[in-house]
Design a protein around this ligand. Structure first.
Ligand SMILES: [Zn+2]
Length: 715
């Protein structure tokens, strides 16, 4: 029965008392949330999630199966800024409240197994899930994607889940999505039936548990090439059909890397399959979601670009994480190097297999130089410092493992790593857990190693150098590098020797760098030898480091325009155009059809040079300008926009459309691009004409799109 009107006083008092209690419980829950792992163990999630990409909306029903380990009155699930419609606990409606962090379910939880909780929720994720180009209805569907980034704690922006990486759950997710697109998520695809004219239901199954940050979904107009590894794991290499010519060079060595890592680590790959998906405007290089690596489509490349920059390192790094991070997860941020140091080290081993031992030692040498510099400046960081930079977590971590392996020997090192992986599979581990396995496998005491390499902030540069000198190549390189301050006469014969066939590309580059700025006959002779080496990287070093092209090397320098390197061609075109004005039209004709990397580096340089070459193709200038300015359009990849903004800035030629795109860029989700746009905008605001133009445009634009500019204008 329900009585309207006067509420009896004692009832109100009771209710107030209840409310008071209720809030204390919640406050306690918020404070003690990090202890939840001691009270509940979540085993499995089944979720059906509808993604409405045009509205940026996610709705779903989530069911968790869990155990209660210890009594507790509140159960918390992370879910940022979500609306929760109803909650069922073991089949009955349950009390709950929610805030910006998630949902608190109130009940007298007592130790028990086989509990179920079901939540209905909806959310428009502000981060974590990204809707690329859906606000441009005129665009072709091939330009539209949705993808997620879960690490750090972002899966809870679109899926009620657990920010605590210790809570490992078996995720069985289903998604409803517009039927024109492929949808990829963790696990095995069970079915993808159309459920109505416009929507398809994608159902995935996982068999093993993982932390929530490793959940992923990606959608787009994807096809896939399928490969099978030696041990029988299926690999799916995704791509959009318009990029099909780039599939082979982009994914080159994928199967070799997989086979190598499985053999080298000695513990089988633990997931059902392995998928790699290149996405537009990704936040990072790649992300190792379990069995489902998402990576930046900036790594898509043809065979020429492959030589300049390729996906091999990131490919191997994300795959190594499937063991180090995904299978065995660090207990907390203090042990982050158990993810990044290991992924970096094992990627380097895979690259050694592909590119050879000189490459391996060269990379270690390069990172040792950086770590030493940081350390000498008093800014060295301990590997166990949870706030260390990525240089420390990644490179110092890899160095620590390199040194540890030398100390223990291959056999004990591999045995220890294998034991560590077996013991902590699908669980969490600490640095001490790892060291204990290494000590047991080797019979050695590792306390000094721990102090020197994990706890000490300084980098052990002398020990690193000793290790590097085991490489004959590094020893020879250091001998040549030691000649930098010596006059050319004294070292001519020695340098010349380094350029004889077969030239070592790192030493060859060092020789070229020592010639920089020299124009003597001896220098010209050596440059000629360097050109003749036909080593693409030695020749690239000339293109990048030679600022004055001597007349006697002009013919050789011109051949760089045809080298199999987009970096070389770009540098050579600019330098030749700059220094030989009488031949500008010849150089521009020779490079007319070159595009370069996917960021169109050569094409945009070519357009810009055309626009500033008096008397050359003047009739086409308007078209060339429109093409260049068009590359700033807001739907284009940010790498292309950034390049075009740079050239328009140099030309002083922003139009309204490109300024608008720049303003939009100041709100972009990718940090580096957003920062670039903000800095460029600050430069433009110093110019009175641009300033007036920008003020006018900001008034025409939606407030959320121009909020940064508005702040700058009003100061
Ligand atoms: Zn990583």
């Amino acid at each position: 029965m329900y009585f309207a009107g006067v509420i009896p006083l004692d009832y109100m008092r009771k209710n107030l008392f209840f409310l008071f209690l209720f809030w204390t419980v919640i406050l306690a829950a918020q404070k003690k949330n990090h202890n939840q792992i001691d009270h509940f163990d979540f085993n499995n999630i089944q979720a059906r999630i509808q993604i409405n990409p045009a509205a940026g909306l996610v709705q779903g029903t989530v069911q968790y199966e869990f155990e209660v380990l210890d009594r507790k009155d509140t159960l918390f699930i992370d879910g940022r800024r979500m609306d929760f419609a109803e909650v069922q606990l073991n089949g009955s409606p349950a009390n709950f409240i929610s805030d910006d962090h998630g949902i608190y379910v109130i009940s007298k939880f007592r130790p028990s197994e086989g509990n179920h909780i079901e939540l209905k929720y909806s959310v428009t994720p502000e981060s974590g899930m990204y809707f690329i180009n859906w606000k441009y209805p005129q665009l072709d569907s091939s330009e539209k994607q949705v993808w997620t980034q879960g690490q750090g704690k972002y899966t809870s922006t679109w899926l009620p889940s657990f920010d605590d990486i210790r809570e490992k759950v078996e995720f069985d997710l289903s998604f409803e999505f517009p039927s024109d697109y492929k949808l990829i998520s963790n696990g095995t695809l069970v079915s993808n039936e159309k459920i109505n004219d416009t929507t398809r239901l994608w159902q995935f199954d996982m068999e093993k548990p993982m932390s929530s940050y490793l959940v992923a979904v990606a959608t787009g107009r994807f096809d896939a090439q399928r490969q099978t590894t030696t041990s029988g794991t299926e690999i799916f290499l995704y791509y959009q059909p318009e990029d099909s010519a780039q599939v082979e060079p982009t994914y080159r060595y994928t199967k070799e890397i997989f086979n190598f890592l499985e053999e080298e680590i000695g513990h089988p790959y633990s997931w059902k399959n392995y998928k790699q998906i290149p996405v537009k405007d990704f936040l990072h290089g790649g992300m190792e979601n379990t069995g489902t690596t998402i990576f930046s489509n900036a790594f898509l490349t043809d065979s020429i670009g492959f030589k300049d920059r390729n996906f091999v390192n990131v490919n191997a790094h994300e795959l190594a994480h499937q063991w180090f991070g995904n299978l065995v997860t660090a207990e907390n941020g203090n042990h982050h190097w158990l993810h990044e140091g290991f992924a970096t080290y094992y990627a380097l081993l895979a690259e050694k297999k592909v590119f050879g031992s000189d490459y391996y030692y060269w990379k270690l040498f390069e990172t040792a130089e950086k770590l030493k510099e940081l350390s000498d400046a008093g800014k060295g960081e301990a590997l166990l410092n949870p706030n260390a930079s990525s240089l420390t977590f990644y490179q110092k971590g890899a160095w620590a493992l390199h040194v540890l392996r030398e100390k223990l020997g291959d056999k004990a090192f591999k045995q220890g790593v294998r034991n560590y992986l077996e013991l902590y599979s699908y669980k969490n581990a600490t640095t001490d857990n790892f060291l204990a396995e290494m000590e047991a496998a080797s019979g050695q005491d590792l306390s000094e190693f721990k102090t020197d390499w994990l706890e000490q902030s300084a980098f052990k540069a002398a020990q690193a150098l000793e290790s590097l000198k085991k490489s004959e190549f590094i020893t020879r390189y250091l001998e040549i590098a030691a000649l930098r301050e010596i006059g050319l006469n004294a070292k001519y014969e020695l340098l010349k020797e380094q350029l004889l066939f077969p030239v070592n590309e790192y030493i060859g580059q060092e020789v070229v760098h020592q010639l920089a700025g020299l124009q003597s006959d001896l220098a010209i002779n050596l440059y000629k030898k360097a050109f003749e080496s036909n080593n693409i990287f030695v020749r690239q070093a000339i293109a990048l480091s030679m600022n004055q092209i001597p007349e006697s090397l002009k013919t050789e320098f011109e051949t760089l325009l045809r080298d199999e390197s987009y970096l070389t061609r770009e540098a050579a075109l600019y330098k030749l155009w700059e220094q030989f004005p009488e031949k500008r039209s010849v150089y521009l004709s020779q490079t007319r059809n070159m595009i370069g990397f996917n960021n169109k580096n050569i094409r945009m340089l070519w357009l810009t040079l055309n626009l500033v070459t008096p008397g050359y193709e003047v009739d086409s200038n308007e078209d060339y300008y429109q093409e260049l300015a068009g590359y700033t359009e807001a739907w284009r990849p940010f790498q292309v926009r950034e390049n075009a903004f740079g050239y328009l800035f140099q030309l002083g030629a922003f139009n309204d459309a490109s300024l608008k795109s720049l303003i939009l860029g100041t709100q972009h989700h990718t940090y580096s691009f957003r920062k670039y746009c903000r800095q460029l905008l600050a430069e433009l605001l110093k110019n009175e004409q641009y300033r007036q133009q920008l003020i006018k445009l900001s008034a025409e634009m939606a407030e959320e799109d121009s909020v940064y500019l508005r702040k700058q204008i009003t100061g």
